[in-house]
Design a protein around this ligand. Structure first.
Ligand code: MG
Length: 343
């Protein structure tokens, strides 16, 4: 395995990127901007690799915590690691939290390694020969006019699968409006927004009538009792998102859900995402690779392992109004990104 030699330069900058539309979720949050920390690694040969920490409020990371964590990272330590697991151990020794900042380091490290080994990131991650899958495009909670606008934008981008955010006070209106205009595969994400298990089950039967394919994170992530009740009755598969960040979480919830949404920002990067994917499969769980509102940088990293997952939800660059990188191309609903190009 190639070792990284000579000094590395590391640089980071904090950005607040505007969203295309206000993004409203079933947990009651609504945002116009998203906080990103962009990391750059440069080696002695002139290879430049980027990493990104995208920090949604529920993960409790901020520009300040990212700076604080990065100050503790000894850059020349990164030179010592031949394997990603060594990097992960080092980062976890610094701090158990800060998963998005760890993900930024992990993806930049992998990207630099691919350049040094003169291969693509997908080749490095071992997914290059697998068939990629179409990504969903997410529509946040909104009124019908904005739902229609977001849907038409998503279709114009080239997406062929839709994910609707539910958990507000207009769940049926969200679904009915989307179904009036398209019959594409449809998924829903409640973001912990449902409180009543009987009402949740009624809604899931309604969603089944509307050809919805699965439901993500219906209840608060700690409400194991309601989730256990629902998973035994639901006619649709239920995926964990907020409830599943680590291998330990997976152990806890393996019998409470049918699948898990794995995100680089939640678990700390590509290495742990692959561990989660492998473990989830061993438990017979379906797998999805998802994203935060994040740039093409994180999408580039996630796409390098996306073919290993059953479902792909990597629409971050299309939720942002502006970002430092070019948006990937979408072909037949599939995100195509073999290089990360800065604007
Ligand atoms: Mg989700």
């Amino acid at each position: 395995m190639l070792q990284i030699h000579f000094a590395l330069q590391i640089h980071h900058e904090h950005l607040n990127l505007p969203l295309l539309h206000p993004f409203t979720l079933g947990n009651g949050s609504s945002r116009n901007h998203t906080a990103i920390t962009l990391l750059t690694l440069k080696d002695h040969a002139g290879n430049v690799a980027y990493g990104e920490a995208a920090m949604p409020p529920y993960l409790s990371e901020t520009h300040e915590t990212a700076s604080h964590f990065l100050q503790k990272v000894m850059v020349n330590k990164l030179l010592e690691f031949g394997e990603a697991v060594e990097l992960q151990h080092y980062l976890n020794q610094i701090d158990q939290d800060n998963t998005a900042t760890k993900a930024a380091i992990d993806m930049a490290w992998h990207s630099l390694k691919a350049q040094q080994e003169n291969c693509s990131l997908s080749e490095l991650m071992g997914s290059v020969l697998l068939n990629p899958k179409a990504s969903t495009f997410t529509i946040g909670i909104a009124k019908p006019q904005l739902i229609e606008q977001k849907l038409s934008e998503g279709l114009a981008f080239g997406f062929q699968r839709i994910k609707a955010k539910l958990g507000g006070n207009n769940d049926k209106e969200m679904i009915d409006t989307i179904r009036q205009h398209c019959s594409l595969p449809l998924f829903v994400d409640v973001n912990q927004g449902w409180k009543d298990k009987e009402a949740a089950l009624d809604m899931i039967y309604y969603l089944q009538e509307k050809q919805v394919l699965f439901v993500e994170q219906p209840f608060a992530k700690t409400d194991f009792r309601a989730q256990d009740w629902l998973v035994q009755r639901s006619p649709l598969p239920i995926f964990a998102d907020e409830a599943c960040q680590s291998i330990q979480d997976l152990e806890t919830l393996k019998n409470l859900y049918h699948g898990v949404n794995v995100k680089l920002m939640k678990c700390g990067g590509l290495h742990t995402a692959l561990e989660l994917q492998t473990k989830a499969k061993q438990y017979g769980l379906q797998t999805m690779i998802g994203c935060m509102t994040e740039t093409s940088c994180a999408t580039f990293a996630a796409c390098s392992i996306a073919p290993l997952f059953d479902f792909v939800d990597l629409d971050g660059p299309w939720i942002l109004a502006n970002q430092p990188f070019e948006r990937p191309v979408i072909n037949n609903g599939i995100i195509e990104i073999s290089n990360l190009d800065k604007k």
